[in-house]
Design a protein around this ligand. Structure first.
Ligand code: KIV
Ligand code: ZN
Length: 386
């Protein structure tokens, strides 16, 4: 069977921008939207137009400029929100309204103080209303991760019948385990009669560090859209990280799923988002962290220097990273030391490296990382034994 496409829905500019201190102005949002389009994402969620005049303007301006990706605006299941989003999205070549409401009993009781039946009615009404403005309406069933599956299936069936083209099943609180989230998507495929009329979307949060695993589990069970952000930024512990899901699908071709993301642009975009939003990327972050291609222990360095695939499952070039690094610490071995010395122009035979290595360890024990300047000193002070 031919590989199937998973649509990448980027919400860096909406869910990502909800991070405290990350607010973007219109100019910054346009710059990121252009970079996201270049990256090859299918859908850009540009903002929540009713939330502020600035967000309205950003969605409107992005709608004017972006020609290839679908531009999406978020709304609550409220007529005024939908009208405002439709207005902001008017210039878009491919506009999408993303509307929705709570689906778990916790949300239905405490947020909406209402009943499941009322939620079904409001969901259908909002979806139908949104379809008056655009052909592409995505419905989100907020907190679907904790919703009762039988009720969720009724809700999904209802909104598809009302005209939803995409149905988003958010694990809003990052609660699910991967097998539970996967089973939820499978349950919907087995119990919603009209499900083939819509694309099912995963929108997972990272409160337990499972957002990427849950999204992949969703895709393995039939979902064909993944909602994610660059660097995984987003509310609380963040959203599914775009670079992670894209590379999981690329690395595991046996899943028979692909995206249209140009992976060599992942690291440049990660840097751009980090700088624009002023949120540093953790060094050990998969794919885009500064240590993602660093090797520091002697055993790993020795293996890597013999053959890079011993310790790297992808190349830095493939994801646009600067390159693999051999970092010298007190855990490094002789081959790493010889390699780094060679890189800066010193060629020593095995006996010399043995001697230098003992001196290197004395330096290394006193600091976190042995720098190039330390290596020059070591090499220049080297005196052959005997
Ligand atoms: O996490 C969530 O449920 C959301 C919705 C608004 C889609 O961000
Ligand atoms: Zn979210």
């Amino acid at each position: 069977m031919a590989a199937q496409k998973v649509f990448i829905f980027d919400t860096t500019l909406r869910d990502g921008e909800q991070v405290p201190g990350c607010k973007l102005n219109t100019k910054e949002k346009i710059e990121l939207a252009l970079a996201l389009e270049q990256l090859g994402v299918d859908i850009i969620e540009a903002g929540f137009p009713i939330s502020s005049p600035g967000d309205f303007a950003s969605v409107q301006e992005i709608s004017k400029i972006i020609k290839n990706a679908t531009i999406c605006g978020l709304t609550r299941a409220v007529q005024k929100d939908i009208e405002v989003a439709a207005e902001a999205l008017k210039p878009a070549v491919r506009p999408r309204i993303h509307t929705g409401i709570g689906s778990s009993d916790i949300h239905i009781k405490h947020k909406f103080n209402t009943t499941r039946e009322d939620i079904l009615e409001r969901a259908a009404k909002a979806t139908r209303f949104a379809r008056n403005f655009v052909d592409d309406v995505e419905f989100f069933a907020e907190d679907a991760g904790r919703a009762d599956n039988a009720f969720l299936a009724r809700l999904v069936e209802t909104v598809i019948a009302a005209g939803a083209t995409v149905v988003n099943i958010p694990d809003t609180t990052g609660y699910c385990l991967p097998h539970q989230y996967g089973e939820k998507i499978a349950y919907l495929y087995n119990n919603v009669p009209n499900i083939d009329k819509a694309v099912i979307s995963c929108h997972c949060h990272n409160d337990l560090g499972l957002a990427t695993a849950n999204s992949v589990a969703g895709a393995m069970n039939g979902a064909r859209q993944i909602e994610c952000t660059i660097n995984g930024i987003g509310e609380r512990a963040g959203n599914t990280s775009l670079e992670e899901v894209v590379m999981v699908l690329k690395q595991h071709s046996s899943l028979n799923l692909y995206t249209d993301v140009r992976t060599e642009l992942l690291n440049p975009l990660s840097i751009l988002v980090s700088e624009t939003m002023r949120v540093p990327v953790q060094p050990n972050k998969a794919i885009v962290g500064s240590n993602a291609f660093s090797h520091s222990s002697g055993i790993h360095q020795d293996g890597f220097l013999k053959e890079s695939t011993t310790y790297e499952i992808m190349t830095p070039e493939e994801v646009g990273a600067a390159g693999s690094k051999i970092v010298l610490t007190a855990r490094s071995g002789r081959s790493a030391l010889a390699h780094r010395l060679r890189q800066i122009g010193y060629e020593f035979d095995r006996d010399a490296v043995d001697v230098l290595y003992q001196q290197f360890l004395l330096v290394a024990d006193g600091k976190k990382e042995v720098e190039e300047t330390d290596l020059h000193k070591l090499a220049e002070q080297y005196v052959p034994v005997g």
